[in-house]
Ligand binder design. Structure first.
Ligand SMILES: [Ca+2]
Ligand SMILES: [Ca+2]
Length: 362
């Protein structure tokens, strides 16, 4: 029986991985959102998700919360929300920002697009992102500016967001937990650059911790080297046989009682991967002679991309996996595909702020 349940869950996990990887953001949102908010005043209905459903929608292999699928939802109205009748799964992380937002309401599609953009934009460019929202350039994002830009950003079927007065009224009056969190229920608070940056940091911290706990089920603070390989290669185009080989290789170097990977090391490499093409570009830059980069150079690049110290052990692991010819050097091609797959598997490639400068894009 248990085996059967497990294989059913594996099938579901694989199906959800495909949704995250191949669907457009609106379809991803509809798949994971389990509520339909009914506005009793005008009869309008809109899909909404819980903060943990947001986590699930950007985390491949997620088993904490599963999507309900398109067209499946529970109807709620403002009264029911205010009365606390919506029972949401809560995040186990202490000081959880997802729970803080959840206490104030659900997430709309615009919220989803915004949060996705926030976590998939490299920290180095967060000020640029802030400036995009601060339309008036006075150093504060007001609720109106937020509504305007997030609607423009939201991908809608039939083209990107258009924006009308009705949209603005709807959004500002909506029960969005994120708007309540950022601008207060009366929409009279504004968002400073500091608060904006803090939101990105807090969100990423929590999402990374939640994902780490998917492996570290007993909350020991470490995961095995093999789990780290799984985390890196999730959904990659790598053949299952090749993946199994890599895991075996890593396991034989660091057997069950190996050192393991700590949460800070995991987090710092998550940031490297989330940094878009930064790592690839930096590798290319340092490797103009085409001789590859050694471990120390790789560690330096990774630390600089993630803006945190990348651990020696993680670098050892990466080389164990990817340095096929064992010359102690990695080339751009050794890592480019993994990086790309990793971002695609969580929809980051669709959500990040895109900036381009001539032929260069981030
Ligand atoms: Ca402003
Ligand atoms: Ca090599």
């Amino acid at each position: 029986m248990e085996l059967l349940a497990e294989s059913a869950e594996n099938t579901l996990v694989a199906a959800e991985n495909r949704v995250r990887q191949f669907s457009t953001p609106d379809k991803i949102f509809n798949y994971f959102a389990s509520y339909q908010f009914v506005n009793k005043k005008n009869g309008r209905k809109s899909m909404m998700m819980t903060p943990l459903e947001f986590y699930s929608s950007v985390t491949p292999d997620c088993r904490r919360v599963h999507g309900v699928g398109p067209g499946v939802h529970v109807e709620v109205d403002q009264q029911e929300l205010d009365d606390g009748k919506v029972v949401m799964e809560r995040s186990p992380i202490s000081g959880s920002v997802l729970n803080e937002i959840g206490k104030l309401g659900l997430l709309s599609y615009q919220d989803f697009c915004f949060l996705l953009a926030l976590i998939s934009t490299p920290k180095r460019y967060i000020e640029t992102t802030f400036n995009m929202f601060d339309v008036t350039g006075d150093g504060h994002i007001e609720a109106k500016e937020f509504a305007y830009v997030s609607t423009k950003m939201a991908h809608k079927s039939g083209g990107f967001g258009s924006y009308t007065d009705t949209d603005q009224e709807e959004i500002l009056a909506s029960s969005s937990g994120l708007l309540n969190y950022l601008f207060g229920k009366n929409r009279d608070q504004s968002l400073t650059k500091e608060k904006f940056k803090k939101l990105q940091t807090d969100l990423l911290d929590e999402i990374v911790q939640l994902e780490f706990r998917e492996y570290d089920t007993e909350n020991t603070g470490r995961i095995s080297e093999a789990d780290f390989v799984n985390f890196l290669l999730k959904n990659g185009k790598l053949m299952p046989k090749k993946r199994a080989q890599l895991i075996k290789k890593v396991q034989s170097r660091w057997p069950a009682k190996g050192r393991g990977v700590s949460l800070p090391s995991f987090k710092s490499f998550f940031m490297v991967l989330a940094g878009g093409q930064e790592l690839e570009r930096a590798l290319f830059f340092l490797d103009v002679e085409g001789t590859g980069v050694d471990k120390e150079e790789f560690r330096k690049i990774s630390s600089w991309v993630s803006q945190t110290e990348c651990s020696d052990h993680v670098v050892e692991l990466i080389y164990e996996m990817l340095d096929d010819d064992e010359d102690g050097r990695l080339y751009r091609d050794d890592i480019a595909q993994i990086l790309l797959d990793w971002r695609h598997s969580r929809g980051f490639a669709k959500g990040g702020i895109q900036v381009s400068l001539g032929q260069l894009s981030i």
